[in-house]
Design a protein around this ligand. Sequence first.
Ligand code: ACM
Length: 536
Amino acid sequence: MIPLPRLIRHLSGSFEVTPGSVVSGPAAPVDAVRLALPGLDLRPGDSGDIDVRLDPALGPEAYRLVTGSRGVEITAGGRAGAFYAAQTLHQLLPDSSYRAPAGPGHEGGWSVPGVRVEDEPRFAWRGLHLDVARHFFPKREVLRLVDLMAAHKLNRLHLHLVDDQGWRVESRAYPLLHEVASHRPRTASHQRGEPESYDGVPHGGHYSLADLAEIAAYARAREVVVVPEIDVPGHASAILAAYPSLGATGERYEVLDRWGISPAILSPLPPTVEFLTAIFDELAGALGATPFFHIGGDEVVLDHWAASPEIDAYRRSLGLDSMPALQAWFLRRLADALAERGSRAVVWDEAFVSGELRPDTVVMPWRGMGVGRRAAAAGHDVVATPVFPLYFDYAESASPDEPVAIGDEITVADVAAFVPAPADWTDEERSRVLGAQAQLWTERIPDARVLDYRAWPRACALAEVVWGGEAGPDFPDRLRAHLGRLDALGVEYRPLDGPRPWQRRRPHRASATRVADVMERLDRMTHDAESTRPSV
Ligand code: ACM
């Protein structure tokens, strides 16, 4: 099983579940069990083959699962626990149970072996991030990713909805965002060190607010919380292609057609805060309950703030002694606005280094666990997101057989060895770690097939670590067996011994960016608020 439950005991006896088996219990957990086992076409009823009970003494995500000759008994702390019990039950069935209903192998029933499972996750935040700005992924791919996350008991989908290369959601208040900022006429096709070249192919797309509402509801039903990100004040080229007056210079930018860091930056003055709060309201209105809202704060080039007499005067009027302090102040304003709307702000680690944040702001240390520890020591909750080993846009090997990637190498074993709350942190610091999250930046992930290849099976290792706290015994063997489930689900994962011939695509150039070198450079930067310009 992946992720490995906390306790499994094999019992004698077995039970047959068949399409149309009855599941009984309170409505919400029954609904969760049926959704987790779509291939079984379970029917709700009064006394079932699968009986679900709620026990408030258990945590909301905790469950007990007992199977045997008398049937299946699920005792869960809440709807989420029932959902995860059913995912565990699913993994007791053959791989063919992961195929679509009425597919081959569904005619008869499946024998469920007798087991007793007691289980509860170690971490509350078990996340995947998807950058839909560099390349847009249509709604159907996002829904599919939610299904795959749910099958692995992952529960936070962080959607990076804007970057220099595109804005990806409808705005009724600011329609030029989706009309102008959601597409670019071409995309850079050269790799680092090569002469500039462009593909000449328009790229774009955005979610309607109705799409976003649908994604959030679909995710919620599968116990996945969507965490939207509007990355500010940097990474602003697309916004400033639509509304240049929101920028520090008033200059109109183009939606960026190449990668790297742009100097485009929003102004910190009140009209920008007004704009962003209107966007928060629109997104939260579509998403429904939005417990977390990511506001970016990474890779901000502050030169245009420093060069602006108006912004400098504003900084002085606030009694702030530096532009990084003004950035922290700006993010604090936004976090206050989010708090009024019931959301906690989440930021990348530069925001923490730049100055004082709202104390309940969650920090994502992408530049290494060193800065994560400092954020935790300062009292911030932390979600571990370090480049190594959680940037899944890095290749799994340095071989030119790999499709071209931003750098190399991060293996399944590297992910499985990751410890989100390191043993050498103090108990207080460790208690601040909400969990961990892998990042799928998409400069070099042009479509859903490459996305599958980059995400899986590394995300299986992530799921194992965030559920159990560390990889359990026999993880490599369990992963090999688990691949049959991914096959049945139609996931184009990276085989453990390397890509299939058609998965090679354009060859990766080894050692262009070694992840160890990147981590060393990033770690140095975390000590210097002014210097947040990695060239990754
Ligand atoms: C990041 O990689 N700029 C968060």
